[in-house]
Structures are given as structure tokens and as C-alpha cells.
Design a protein around this ligand. Structure first.
Ligand code: ARG
Length: 461
């Protein structure tokens, strides 16, 4: 057994089959954590040296060896070996090949259990920061579109039926708000990600006089996980991260659905730049919104990852179990999906052309100012329920006449209520309707502009 590659094989009397080897190995995917693994090892070694467990010479050799390994990995020269199971053992074995016994001393007072938990946290900390930056870029691109269309009128919908006029800028700002909360969620879960598991060792802590606060400080963690069993076993921080990702994707899937609808000739509200669309191999007239459709579809992957992780954690006894090795692929897939989606989205939104004429026509087709007429009557003293009834009758009449409310003559309108006089025309136009919703959160163009300014200062733009 001396010749085996496995670092733990001393107590085993038969080798594992190739199938079991492949089944239990994680190096094919966890090699993605190589850089943070090395970062964690260097901090651990520095700490061991500080507390007198590792000599200066050993530390120096580890630092040099790891540096070479890092270069090899970055340049694609490092050969990952499935016999060595995972990223941790691959790197440790290479280190030992390079520097001898000092490499074997690195694992003093540590276990792969606290090592892997540390790696995931370091990895997700970086991913949270990257994603936060990308969300900001997308918000920027939506803000630019909102600014251009702060006064562009479009129908606002409820139940996908024309409800009231809104501005396209206001509609874009709704997504800026959603993404703002998404970014907050990543910042918030980062606080719980950013605690150090190292020192928990396998599960119970270690007999060496370690200084966990020093390791935490070296790695930029805000503090240490204060229970060793919890430190190696829970992945709630990863679940939270994925939940934040699932919500972000869910928001983007809603925007995608709207882009798809708006781009359909039935709506004809927008156009998406050709580079985000594809044609059909059989129908020459087609221009399909592939990117938004894929975003909508990929939301399923991330939602699936969230359910997968919750299910993985459910019912696991303390402390570490190999089940947890299954946390990585859904996490990595979540990160990749989010990063790609956010990047492509920021670019795509810059390539959206708004067809203001079509939007304005649609507003005039759905009695979008009916509520404004009711409010007008209320302001003249009619109770709201009665006003609602008057307007309902007027709408029925207009429908029969195949006209919009704004197209009716004042005398025609006055037949429904004596309170209706010439000044009614101000409230029946979409512009009048927009302008009158003039409070924070309302769709009036000057409120939309004010909201854009608030976001710009919040995002330091
Ligand atoms: N590859 C393992 C994982 O991802 C590392 C920890 C293994 N620990 C163990 N005791 N087998 O979870």
C-alpha cells in the first residue's frame, strides 16, 4: 500500500475500483477552487509558524512551492490526477513532490473538512463581489434606457390587460429596484459567508495551539465560525447565496418574458439588436429573441440548484458528510449562469430600441385613462363607487362607438354625468394621466427623473 497515491490508504487492504474512484472524486470540478485553496493553505502555514508549530524554513519552502504550483495552474501546466481525489490532495501532493517533508507538515492541525469549507467561503466571497459589480452594470444600463424614456408613454398592465398609462422609464426603474434588492441580498449573505472555518479541523478542533483569529485576519474574514461542528458541516451560506441568485434570475426571467412579448409583432413595442437574436432554419421571416428566452430557461437551472442544495443539506447528521461534496457543481453552475446572464443582459439592454409610436397607440386602445376620469369625478364631489359606475357606462358606450375615451366629445361624456365639463380633456390624455401621478414612486415623468437621480447617487454614477 506504500505505493498508493491516496494519502489515507494506509488502513485499507484493497484498492478502490476505477468506478468508485471516479464516483467519489471531485477534482474534475473542485479544481476551480485551486487558487483559494492555496490562499487558505498559505494563511494556515503562516499561522502555524507564528504559533511555533511550523519552522521558518518549512514556511519559506511552502511559500515558494505554492508559488510555483500557482504559476503552473494559471498556465495550465498542472496535471490534475483523479487518483488524488480532490483539489486539496492534488495540490498537497505536488507540494510534497516539490519541497519534501515541509509539504507533509502543511496539513498539521487541519483537515480537508475545514479546508474545503474555507475554500467554498473564499470562492463565494469573490463571486458575491463580482456579481454585485455586474448587477450594478445592468442597473446602469437600465438607468440609461429609463433616462432616455422618462416621458415615453406606454400602457401599464395588470392581468396583461391595459390598465393605466405609465412611462417606459418607470417600467425600467421597477427592474432597477428589484436588482437593487438583489444586490443587497448578496451583500448581506456575504457577511455570513465571510467567517473562518479553519481550525475546526475534522470536527472537534485541534490539539495544536492555533490562533484562528490570526488566520481569519490573514484571509480577510470578519471573524471565525465559533463552533467546530457547525463550521465543517453547514452550508447554509451557500444556500443563501444560491437563493439570492435564484431571485436575481427570477427577476430577469420576468424582464425576459416582457421583452419577448414586447418584441412580438402583436405588441411591436421594442426591438432587440440582431446580435441577441437568431433566425429560423425554415421560416425566413423569423427573428427570435433567443437570449431572453434562454435567460427565462436558465432561471430553472438556478432554482433547481437552490432546491438541490436544500435537499442535500436536509437530514444530514452533524458533522461533515461526504454528501457535501455535491454542493459544488450546483454552486459553480449558479455562479456561471449569473455571471454570464448579467453580463449579456447589460449589453442587451443597451441594444433595445423603443417604438414609442406603437406604445402610444396601444395606450389609446385600452381605455387606459378610465381611472383618471373616475378620479376627476371624485374631485368634483362624486363618491368613488358612483364615479366608477359612471365611467363604466362611458367605457361601454365608447366601446360601442369604437373610440377611446379621449376621442369622445365633451357633450357625449356629459350625458353620463353633469359634473363632466370641458376641463375633462386634460385628464383623458395619457400625458395628463402620467403628469398627475406626481408623488414619490409615481409614474409622472418628473418623478421618474427624480428616481433616476436617486439611483445615480446611490450607485455613485
Ligand atoms: N472533496 C471533499 C468535499 O468536497 C473534501 C472534504 C473531504 N473530507 C473527507 N473527510 N472525505 O467535500
Amino acid at each position: 500500500m506504500e505505493t498508493s497515491n491516496k494519502t489515507w490508504s494506509g488502513r485499507f487492504t484493497e484498492p478502490v475500483s476505477d468506478l468508485v474512484k471516479r464516483y467519489t472524486a471531485s477534482v474534475t470540478f473542485d479544481k476551480r477552487m485551486a487558487e483559494v485553496d492555496i490562499q487558505g493553505s498559505l494563511a494556515h502555514a503562516a499561522m502555524l509558524n507564528q504559533v511555533g508549530v511550523l519552522s521558518d524554513e518549512d514556511l519559506a519552502a511552502i511559500v515558494t512551492g505554492m508559488d510555483e504550483i500557482l504559476q503552473d495552474i494559471r498556465q495550465g501546466r498542472f496535471e490534475w490526477d483523479i487518483d488524488l481525489e480532490d483539489v486539496h490532495m492534488n495540490i498537497e501532493r505536488r507540494l510534497t513532490e516539490k519541497i519534501g517533508d515541509a509539504g507533509k507538515r502543511l496539513h498539521t492541525g487541519r483537515s480537508r473538512n475545514d479546508q474545503v469549507a474555507t475554500d467554498i467561503r473564499l470562492y463565494l466571497r469573490g463571486a458575491s463581489d463580482d456579481i454585485g459589480g455586474l448587477i450594478r452594470e445592468l442597473q446602469k444600463s437600465l438607468l440609461a434606457l429609463a433616462e432616455k424614456h422618462a416621458a415615453t408613454v406606454m400602457p401599464g398592465f395588470t392581468h396583461l390587460q391595459v390598465a393605466q398609462p405609465v412611462t417606459f422609464g418607470h417600467h425600467m426603474l421597477a427592474y432597477v429596484e428589484m436588482l437593487g434588492r438583489d444586490a443587497e441580498r448578496f451583500v448581506d449573505c456575504r457577511r455570513r459567508i465571510n467567517r473562518l472555518p479553519l481550525g475546526a479541523a475534522a470536527l472537534a478542533g485541534t490539539t495544536y495551539p492555533i490562533d484562528r483569529h490570526l488566520t481569519a485576519q490573514l484571509l480577510g474574514f470578519d471573524g471565525v465560525c465559533e463552533n467546530s461542528l457547525d463550521a465543517v458541516s453547514d452550508r447554509d451560506f451557500a444556500i443563501e447565496f444560491t437563493a439570492a441568485g435564484a431571485l436575481t434570475m427570477t427577476h430577469l426571467s420576468r424582464l425576459s418574458e416582457e421583452l419577448i412579448l414586447w418584441m412580438s409583432p402583436r405588441f411591436g413595442f421594442i426591438d432587440i439588436a440582431d446580435r441577441f437574436c437568431t433566425g429560423s432554419s425554415i421560416m425566413p421571416q423569423k427573428k427570435n429573441p433567443d437570449v431572453p428566452e434562454l435567460v427565462r430557461g436558465k432561471t430553472g437551472r438556478v432554482n433547481g440548484a437552490l432546491i438541490g442544495l436544500l435537499t442535500l443539506m436536509k437530514g444530514q447528521p452533524l458533522a461533515y458528510n461526504k454528501d457535501n461534496q455535491e454542493d459544488k457543481e450546483p454552486l459553480f453552475d449558479t455562479v456561471d449562469t449569473l455571471v454570464d446572464t448579467l453580463r449579456i443582459y447589460a449589453d442587451m439592454m443597451q441594444g433595445v430600441t423603443v417604438k414609442a409610436d406603437a406604445m402610444a397607440r396601444a395606450v389609446r386602445q385600452g381605455f387606459a385613462t378610465a381611472t383618471d376620469l373616475a378620479d376627476y369625478l371624485v374631485k368634483k364631489g362624486l363618491p368613488f363607487r358612483d364615479a366608477h359606475e359612471v365611467v363604466a357606462r362611458a367605457v361601454r358606450y365608447a366601446e360601442e362607438e369604437k373610440k377611446d375615451l379621449a376621442d369622445l366629445q365633451v357633450v357625449e361624456l356629459a350625458t353620463f354625468s353633469p359634473l363632466i365639463t370641458a376641463d375633462v380633456l386634460n385628464v383623458l390624455t395619457p400625458e395628463g394621466s402620467l403628469a398627475s401621478r406626481d408623488h414619490i414612486g409615481g409614474t409622472a415623468p418628473n418623478q421618474v427623473r427624480a428616481a433616476i437621480e436617486r439611483w445615480k447617487s446611490r450607485l455613485a454614477l
